[in-house]
Design a protein around this ligand. Structure first.
Ligand code: C2E
Ligand code: MG
Ligand code: MG
Length: 559
């Protein structure tokens, strides 16, 4: 980028004096030569040649309008049409007031009347014109990206805001274009090819959008466009790729769109959303257009908030363990036989958050191990408390996540929890979801076998949801099958078809383990399951998950 200081030559700026009258040239040189380096031309042609030769260092032109060969107005016209020359400021020297206006129209920066005014006035006008022109050049140098000629992002956002001011009712899209794996293209084919690709993309974008749309290159290979709403961007992506057809490799663009954007959001946030949409398909090789999804973003923000607040929630004991009773229905009367520990998050501002909202999230990011150990300990403490205070308890099962099955210390952890609380392996059961068994089944089966060897009772949770093969089930170490809640739902919907439940009960019989049915909500369901030979029932028909003190009442009633 050329800065204003580049124009100094031997400490002085260059000025061209173009006047056919010798006396005028000498007079101006006398006035200006202590501060400026003066070039002189005695006709229009000579002036034009000197301007061309010195355009990089020339700070200003003093131009007489009445000159032989090429007159001043014609010269002005030529300068105006030449991108290299048009930014050099021109001050017109004239005695003819009518042509002052004309010369200003043709791009002159100012004029000095003849006969010349006080030399100090001339110097001040020259100095002011140079200053203004140089300021303008600095602005335009930072306004445009050198490689592509598109706006830089800072100016882009300003022009975007300006667009809104002039078109307050326009339905606008914030669009973000990215080149897939641009850094790889750069590595493989060199920076020069990379630059060429970026220039092609820029030119394609400029051709494809009306000239009043605002376009910028945000970073290396990211382009932003602020334009009136359009329905389809896929054609445009194809056009851009096609414009790079002769490149050594195919150039694939992806585009993220925040369509019909909310103008109450500041302009940068609108483009952040377009970028989020583009990043969603970063590694997708078949989808190139992605729309910003508000609901998804809210979900992600919520997920992030939960993850951020987890340590504080554990420290402040915002998690509480609830207990849902399980009833043995094999005898005449249902008997409270055990319970399941289910965690609840009582958030100070968000209220109660159900495990469905945070367990899968914590399973993905590893926080689950800390939460589960907390739940296991609280459950063991509660069992010990009930045994000590009311002299009775039932076994309570806790849930284990798949990741925990890979923890080599798992058995030790449970042994420690039981011994710390002076309870036995018969007091705390372990629920392991079927999908954990399905993947890496050998490794999981080994870990389960280890837990059973130490005396723990294992229930396979959500059975029927994970597609375990019959072959696999027959070899798995387990002590009970918990029927997935969906079996009950589908069995008792309009079709009223309980055959699948019968099959599972037959499998459990074959394995010699009881079936526990979850999600039993009605008397009809309970009676049917009893008739089919289901051993244990858990569900709202008997009770919802209860806080510890309410579950304690059930224990007392039962003992
Ligand atoms: P799950 O282990 O299969 O637990 C049974 C879920 O069914 C519980 O949902 C329970 O409240 C719900 N439920 C019980 N009876 C009925 C009923 O009659 N009708 C209906 N509609 N639902 C019923 P919850 O408490 O929301 O837990 C959801 C899942 O979150 C659990 O499914 C379990 O996989 C997981 N989870 C809960 N607490 C923990 C925990 O401490 N650790 C781990 N790793 N996972 C947990
Ligand atoms: Mg469970
Ligand atoms: Mg379950």
């Amino acid at each position: 980028m050329k800065r204003s200081t580049d124009k100094y030559v031997d400490g002085k700026r260059h000025i061209l004096v173009a006047d056919d009258e010798y006396i005028n040239r000498e007079m101006l040189e006398n006035i200006l030569s202590d501060k400026y380096d003066i070039l002189k031309a005695e006709d229009g042609d000579m002036a034009y040649d000197l301007i061309r030769q010195n355009h990089n260092t020339l700070s200003l032109i003093l131009l007489d309008l009445m000159m032989p060969r090429l007159n001043g107005l014609e010269l002005l016209e030529r300068l105006k049409d030449d991108p290299e020359l048009k930014s050099i400021p021109v001050i017109v020297l004239t005695s003819d007031q009518a042509s002052e206006v004309e010369s200003l129209h043709r791009g002159a920066a100012d004029f000095i009347p003849k006969p010349y005014p006080n030399p100090e006035v001339i110097k001040a006008r020259i100095s002011r014109s140079i200053e203004l022109a140089e300021d303008r050049q600095i602005i335009s140098a930072t306004e445009k990206d050198e490689l592509t000629g598109l706006y830089t992002s800072e100016y882009f956002y300003r022009y975007g805001e300006q667009y809104d001011k002039f078109h307050p009712t326009s339905d606008m899209d914030a669009v973000c274009f990215d080149v897939n794996h641009f850094h790889v293209l750069n590595e493989r084919f060199g920076m020069a090819k990379g630059d060429e690709i970026l220039k092609r993309i820029a030119s394609c974008l400029m051709k494809s959008f009306p000239s009043d749309c605002v376009i910028c290159r945000k970073t290396a290979d990211t382009f932003l466009v602020y334009c009136p709403h359009r329905d389809d961007y896929s054609k445009l992506v194809e056009t851009i790729s096609a414009s790079c057809d002769d490149m050594p490799t195919s150039v694939k663009m992806r585009v993220g769109i925040y369509a019909s954007c909310d103008k109450k959001l500041d302009i940068q946030s609108r483009f952040d959303r377009a970028k989020i949409a583009a990043d969603k398909i970063r590694n997708n090789y078949s989808v190139f257009v992605s729309n910003f999804d508000e609901a998804l973003m809210q979900k992600e923000l919520f997920a992030e908030q939960l993850m951020d607040e987890f340590p504080k929630a554990i420290a402040e004991k915002q998690f509480e363990v609830f207990f849902q009773p399980k009833y043995d229905i094999r005898g005449d009367k249902p008997v409270l036989s055990s319970a399941e520990a289910l965690v609840r998050w009582f958030h100070p501002t968000l209220g109660t958050i159900s495990p469905g909202a945070f367990i899968p999230l914590f399973e993905d990011n590893g926080l689950i191990a800390r939460l589960d150990e907390y739940v296991w300990r609280r459950t063991a403490e509660k069992i010990a408390d009930w045994k000590n205070r009311i002299g009775s308890s039932v076994p309570v099962s806790v849930n284990l996540s798949r990741v925990e099955m890979y923890d080599p210390m798992l058995v030790e952890t449970f042994e420690k929890i039981t011994s710390d609380n002076n309870i036995t392996t018969k007091d705390i059961y372990l629920e392991i979801t079927e999908s954990a068994y399905v993947r890496d089944s050998d490794q999981i089966a080994d870990r389960v076998a280890q837990l059973r060897d130490h005396g723990f009772f294992i229930e396979m949770d959500d059975f029927g949801s994970g597609y375990s093969s019959l072959n696999m089930i027959s070899e798995l170490p387990l002590d009970a099958l918990k029927l997935d809640i969906m079996f009950i739902r589908t069995a008792f919907d309009k079709r009223n078809d309980t055959r699948m439940i019968s099959i599972v009960i037959d499998i459990a019989d074959y394995l010699g383990v009881p079936v526990i049915a979850e999600g039993v909500e009605t008397e009809e369901q309970y009676l049917t399951l009893k008739k089919l030979g289901c051993a244990i029932i858990q569900g709202y028909y008997f009770s919802k998950p209860l806080p510890a003190d309410e579950f304690e009442k059930l224990l007392k009633k039962d003992s």
